[in-house]
Design a protein around this ligand. Structure first.
Ligand code: GLY
Ligand code: MN
Ligand code: MN
Length: 360
C-alpha cells in the first residue's frame, strides 16, 4: 500500500473509534500529509470508502496527478458549499471538522448547507498521526537540515563586522535557496548583541560590531519538510559573562538530549534542561518551552514544555532549544533537531557547538 494509503487507513481507523462518518480536513499540511497534494486552498473530505479532494480550477490537474487516491472535485461556488453537498450525498451523519483551520465565517457557510449531517469539532486527529514520522519523512527532514547546515557554513565565511542583521538574513536566505531549499522554513532570526535577548527577534538594520555575539535561528524547507536550528557566533573573543552563559545553555541542551527516549513524558525532557539552568542561577531566564515537533510545519506536535501532556514516541522529530535571555544584555540559544530513536536521540545537524567553534 502507498504511504498515503496507509495514512488514510490510520485516519479511518481513528474515525471509526470516534464514531465519525466523515472528516473534513481543511488544514493544508494535513491535506498534503494524507494525499500528497502540495497546493493550497483545497479541502479533503474523508469517508470510510471514499476521499474527495475539493479544489478550484488552478489545481485540478495538479491534484489529479499528486493525489491518485482521491476523487478530485472542482468547486464552483465555494469550498464550503461543495464540501457540504458531498457530505449531504455521502450518507454520513456526523462530519468532523478541524476547528483550528476553519474561520468562524467559513464554518457558518458550511453548516448552513448541511442537511441531516451534524458538524462536530475534532481537534488534532491528523496532527496526532503527523507527530510520528516514517523513514521517508525523516530522510526529507535530514536533507533539509543538510541544506541549512551548508548555508550556515557559507554564511560563516562572510560574516563580518559592518554587516547589518538584515544583510545577514538576506545572505542566509540566498545560500539556502542556492543549496537546494525551496525557501526558508521561516524568516531567519538574526539578533546581534543585546537584541539576542528577544527570543523571536526580527532582523533589523542594526549593524553588527567587532566582538558582538550574533544569534542565528534559521531553517530550510525542502521536499515539503522543514528544519530548525540555532547557533550563536561571536565576532571576536567573548567576555567571561558570555562564556559562562554559553556553556550553561550548551550543558542544558546536553542534559535534555540525554533524557530523550521513547516513552518519556515531554515535560521531563524540558525539566532536564530547566533544572540545570536553575541550578546555575538562571531559572527565570529560560523564557520558553524546550522544543517542538518539526515536519511539514516548522512548529507542530509534540510540545516539549513544563506543561506538556505529550509523551515521546519512536520516530518523533523534535527540537531541543534551551536558551538564557537577559533583558537589555543579550541571550544565547542553542537548537538542534533530534529523531527519537529506540536507544536515544539521533541529532540531525552536524554543526559543531563548542564555545571555541562559536568564535569566528
Ligand atoms: N525558529 C523558531 C523556533 O526555534 O522555534
Ligand atoms: Mn528555531
Ligand atoms: Mn524551534
Amino acid at each position: 500500500m502507498s504511504r498515503h494509503g496507509e495514512r488514510l487507513d490510520k485516519l479511518r481507523h481513528a474515525l471509526r473509534q470516534e464514531e465519525l462518518g466523515l472528516l473534513l480536513v481543511s488544514e493544508a499540511a494535513n491535506v498534503t500529509y494524507l494525499t500528497g497534494f502540495s497546493g493550497d486552498s483545497s479541502w479533503l473530505l474523508v469517508a470510510q470508502d471514499q476521499a474527495w479532494l475539493v479544489t478550484d480550477g488552478r489545481y485540478v490537474e495538479q491534484a489529479a496527478a499528486e493525489a491518485p487516491l482521491c476523487e478530485v472535485v472542482r468547486h464552483t461556488k465555494s469550498l464550503a458549499v461543495s464540501a457540504a453537498e458531498l457530505a449531504n450525498a455521502s450518507g454520513g451523519k456526523t462530519l468532523g471538522f478541524e476547528p483550528n483551520a476553519l474561520t468562524v465565517a467559513t464554518h457558518g457557510d458550511l453548516v448552513k448547507e448541511l442537511q441531516g449531517v451534524e458538524a462536530v469539532a475534532k481537534k488534532s486527529l491528523v496532527e496526532k498521526l503527523r507527530q510520528v514520522k516514517d523513514e521517508d519523512e525523516i530522510a526529507r527532514i535530514r536533507a533539509a537540515v543538510a541544506v541549512a547546515d551548508a548555508a550556515f557554513g557559507a554564511l560563516r565565511q562572510r560574516l563580518a563586522p559592518g554587516m547589518s542583521e538584515a544583510q545577514v538574513a538576506n545572505d542566509l536566505e540566498y545560500e539556502l535557496r542556492r543549496l537546494g531549499a525551496r525557501k526558508p522554513s521561516f524568516d531567519a532570526i538574526i539578533a546581534a548583541r543585546q537584541r539576542s535577548s528577544l527570543p523571536h527577534a526580527r532582523a533589523t538594520d542594526a549593524v553588527i560590531g567587532a566582538g558582538d555575539p550574533v544569534l542565528v535561528d534559521w531553517g530550510a524547507e525542502r521536499d515539503l519538510y522543514c528544519s530548525d536550528c540555532t547557533r550563536v557566533v561571536f565576532l571576536g573573543a567573548p567576555n567571561a559573562a558570555w562564556r559562562e552563559i554559553y556553556e550553561i545553555v550548551r550543558e542544558a541542551q546536553e542534559k535534555a538530549l540525554a533524557a530523550i527516549r521513547p516513552g518519556v513524558p515531554c515535560r521531563e525532557v524540558d525539566a532536564a534542561a530547566r533544572i540545570h539552568m536553575a541550578q546555575a542561577g538562571y531559572g527565570d531566564a529560560f523564557k520558553h518551552g524546550l522544543g517542538h515537533g518539526v515536519g511539514l510545519r516548522v512548529h507542530e506536535g509534540p510540545t516539549l514544555s513544563a506543561r506538556s501532556e505529550d509523551t515521546l514516541a519512536e520516530g518523533m522529530v523534535v527540537t531541543v532549544e534551551p536558551g538564557i535571555y537577559v533583558a537589555g544584555w543579550g541571550g544565547v540559544r542553542i537548537e538542534d533537531l533530534a529523531v527519537v530513536r529506540r536507544d536515544g536521540p539521533e541529532v540531525l545537524s552536524s554543526l559543531p557547538k563548542t564555545l571555541e567553534t562559536a568564535i569566528l
